[in-house]
Design a protein around this ligand. Structure first.
Ligand code: NAD
Length: 428
């Protein structure tokens, strides 16, 4: 308990906002959460957590007294001077970030020399400068601004919030930068103090670099397939080089989620809008799109035409430990399989409810075994731990065919083969 902890407000209670609120509450702050989604606020007030994120429900329950939920900004402005903004910035048709939710928040701010907007949402470089200009034009020059991009990963978000590799604080030398840095100080992580534009770029560059690493290892995997090397061995061999590092060297069926696709495209677009053609990112995006479709080629290699075939997809979420279906590779894959004439059955332990809203014509099962019933082939799409423990002999006994395509290279190859099934991984 630290009674002297600064109270804060969090605007937008999605994946980032709720985790930020819970994280600051864990550190001892009173947190005023605001969202325009009245239904979400009603559920949160009733103690219901609208998203799946490990440990979040327990953290919110533990800190109930410190967390207030409202659709009104008033109480937040009254009690907190730091207003963390965590509203969505989805891609527009042009690939630019849609800043309408951010602008709605800016528009709602009163004139004040006591408050600061602290931007957690991922925004293009120059957004902070534009917002300060808007404040200036509206006689709100006293409103301070800090860029504090968020690096948490869905699936381990609360853990990431409480144990970050670094915290980036971009400001123009006002009181608010120090206040934000002070809030994060107890976490003991390096705090990168910098200007607003550089802080904005750190976030975009970090995600673009990680996406590049994924597309790189996916291309190496594809070359391994035609040359006889095993990408798992290659990743192990290069990952031990400290200049490269072992993270993000797992090949698969392409990156998805609400961040990488949109942030890579936003950076490419940002560069393009400024007259610079970011060639590398163009290739990263193309490789990723092709990677999602390579699985279809693997199925065709073994089954021939997919017309009339039954294909089971195990896992639908864009990664394990989340119910987030935004930009999940499973969406592209299911649509491609259906377009090629296949029937698709699917199972996901957590994301099925979200998936049902987005997938048409897919038959949902309540278990992995149910999904593979009568299937000609099964694709492991998401690396849920329960899929690593599957009883492959039982799976074989209910399947019509014998092909397992491991889109994440995480099943035990020998166990799959031992059950009389044919194993196809990525790059091995
Ligand atoms: N999800 C991630 O893993 C992640 C990680 C790092 C950064 N980010 C960035 O953080 C931001 C938020 O992402 P998210 O995944 O939490 O989004 P989300 O869609 O889960 O949540 C956004 C929330 O903001 C609310 N909202 C929209 N307009 C509002 C307004 N005017 N006032 C109050 N609330 C409003 C929505 O109702 C929603 O609850 C994005 O910019 C994203 O790029 C996300």
């Amino acid at each position: 308990m630290s009674p002297e902890r600064e109270p804060v407000a969090v605007i937008g209670t999605g994946y980032v906002g709720l985790v930020t609120a819970a994280g600051f509450a864990e550190l001892g702050s009173q947190v005023w959460c605001v969202d325009i989604d009245a239904d979400k606020i009603t559920r949160l007030r009733a103690g219901e957590v609208p998203i799946y994120e490990p440990g979040l429900e327990q953290s919110i329950a533990r800190n109930r007294e410190r967390l207030q939920f409202s659709t009104e900004l008033g109480p937040a402005l009254e009690h907190a001077r730091l207003l963390f903004v965590a509203v969505g910035t989805p891609p527009t048709y042009s690939g630019d970030a849609d800043l309408s939710a951010v602008h709605a928040v800016v528009d709602a701010m009163p004139a004040s020399d006591r408050h600061a907007l602290v931007m957690k949402s991922t925004v293009p470089v120059g957004t902070g400068a534009a917002i300060r200009r808007m404040f200036g034009e509206r006689g709100k020059t006293g409103f301070a601004y800090v860029s504090c991009p968020e690096f948490l990963k869905e699936g381990s978000a609360l853990k990431d919030f409480l144990g970050p590799d670094r915290v980036v604080v971009g400001d123009d030398g006002n009181w608010a930068g120090d206040a934000v840095a002070g809030l994060y100080a107890p976490l003991g992580a390096p705090i990168v103090r910098t200007d607003v534009a550089s802080a904005e770029m750190v976030k975009l560059a970090a995600n673009a670099f990680l996406a590049t690493k994924i597309s790189f290892i996916n291309e190496i995997a594809n070359v391994c397939e035609v040359t006889g090397a095993d990408v798992t061995e290659v990743a192990r061999g290069i990952g031990l080089d400290q200049r490269i590092g072992g993270h993000f060297l797992r090949p698969g069926i392409g990156y998805g989620g609400s961040c990488f696709p949109k942030d890579v495209s936003a950076l490419k677009q940002l560069a393009g809008n400024s007259g610079y053609h970011f060639q590398l990112l163009t290739a990263v995006i193309e490789v990723n799109e092709l990677q999602k479709r390579r699985v279809v080629g693997k199925l065709q290699k073994h089954l021939g035409s997919l017309v009339g075939r039954r294909i089971a997809m195990l896992g639908l979420a864009f990664k394990a430990h989340t119910d987030d279906m935004r930009e999940a590779s499973s969406l592209v894959l299911a649509a491609r399989l259906q377009a090629d004439g296949a029937t698709v059955s699917a199972y996901d332990p957590i994301a099925a409810e979200e998936a049902r809203k987005l997938m048409r014509g897919v038959e949902f099962a309540d278990s992995a075994l149910g999904a593979v019933q009568g299937a000609d082939a099964c694709i492991l799409v998401t690396e849920w731990p329960e899929f690593a423990e599957l009883d492959w002999a039982r799976m074989r006994s209910v399947m019509a065919g014998e092909l397992i395509v491991d889109g994440r290279n995480f099943a035990d190859r020998a166990a799959v083969a031992g059950a009389g099934l044919t194993y196809e991984g990525i790059g091995r």
